[in-house]
Ligand binder design. Sequence first.
Ligand code: SF4
Ligand SMILES: [Zn+2]
Length: 330
Amino acid sequence: MKDKRSPSQLEAVWKESDMAGGRKVDAMVMIMRTNGCCWVKEGGCTMCGYREASMHDVTEADLLSQLEQALSRYRGEPFVKIYTSGSFLDDNEVPPAVRERIFEAFSGCERILFESRPEFITEESLAHVPKTVTVALGLESSDPEVLRTAVHKGFTPADIERAGRLLKSKGLGVRTYLLLKPPFMTEAMAIEDAVRSARFADAFSDEISVNPLNVQRATYVERIWKRGEFRPPWIWSLIEVFRQLSGTVSARLMSSPSGGGASRGVHNCGECDECALAAIERFSFSQDPADLQVECGCRDRWEAYLRSEAMLGTPADLDRGLENDLALRE
Ligand code: SF4
Ligand SMILES: [Zn+2]
């Protein structure tokens, strides 16, 4: 199908809340259309649907016109997040001259955040980056085998650590993303992996954002999810990760799950999802484990789910398997 999107238009822009200078502030989020993540050409990560968002032949003029659109919506928010569905520091996505224009445009801003793969984080690429910048690094897991086989990330945890330490040595901020429940893991393994990964990331991160896997279109994960071989994590598992980490790491813990409460996203029984997600949001700002308090009968089901998975030795979607089986018997 022909892509009707214009390369000179921003993909999206919206306002939300986040933290800057230790307080909750308004943030503007802008999603730029670029030539896309370089890793997509190598097959991309198993859970990433950004190949859909990538375009071809986006020019400097296109990017500058996207910047103009963002500026027309900008109302002096202290925090600006610039997402490109790839790496902001990749010259093929955002040429250095455009990056400088963007930094100039938001020079009065207290905090700027963008994402980058570690290979683009070098002395040279950081030379013109202002001190207000935080770079978000997609570590996903500190286990090299998980990165290689389950995520197909194309770099190692050591590459992220190098990038994180370089950023810190330049006085820049680091927000590290972890992926809660890469494919092929049981729920219990996923909790353990996220906790271990956060402890690894803590050494070079100001913030650790735990992203529960959200099943995106046209991805490998979507294929196995459709076959019933993958269930997105329970919200209880995310709460458990924060409970175990709370008070034991110095980085701020946070999560703003995409697709939360839907069958493709992190979810519980459906009754308590909204309330459990609100608890996660409160905790992301307060860091107070008391904010994670949620009551619902499905917690027992989640515990039983963990036990059954361990007993059966499978990460398949047991909930769905059982429902299908009951439906067939009716
Ligand atoms: S998750 Fe990040 S690195 Fe992986 S394909 Fe998507 S944009 Fe690229
Ligand atoms: Zn529930």
